[in-house]
Design a protein around this ligand. Structure first.
Ligand SMILES: [Ca+2]
Ligand SMILES: [Ca+2]
Ligand SMILES: [Ca+2]
Length: 131
């Protein structure tokens, strides 16, 4: 009897956890970035999400992202390429320029929107890292 209960309990737990995993995947990142809910990310949504992320990353609130703030978020060589004026800081303009570059790279069918499939590609993932 205890055995039966245990099996039932495990089955119940599995049945519960599966839909929760799906819900968690659906909740991010598309739904948080795709504010007009058309299931694609356009450049305006990407810009809005990137602007928010910029504020979150800028922990000392000097409107610049330095190497310490970007640690774990961006590799050094990418930082140096993005830092077009070479002052060892990413200002918002430089950050947004990188977002637009990655947006274009991720938009493989060139329709100006990033769909769920495009978001799953390596280019899509590197875009997502900035949003
Ligand atoms: Ca900063
Ligand atoms: Ca800079
Ligand atoms: Ca596209």
């Amino acid at each position: 009897m205890a055995q039966l209960f245990r099996r039932t309990a495990i089955g119940f737990a599995l049945a519960l956890s599966l839909p929760m995993v799906h819900a968690a995947q659906a909740a991010d990142p598309m739904t948080t970035i795709d504010t007009d809910r058309d299931n694609v990310i356009d450049i305006n949504e990407a810009r809005a999400a990137a602007a928010k992320k910029f504020v979150v990353l800028d922990t000392d609130k000097d409107a610049m992202l330095d190497h310490a703030e970007m640690k774990g978020h961006m590799a050094g060589p990418i930082f140096r390429v993005a830092d077009t004026d070479n002052d060892k800081l990413l200002d918002k303009g430089e950050y947004m320029a990188l977002v637009e570059k990655r947006f274009k790279a991720a938009d493989t069918d060139n329709d100006g929107k990033i769909d769920a499939q495009e978001l799953k590609t390596p280019a899509g993932k590197s875009l997502l890292a900035l949003l």
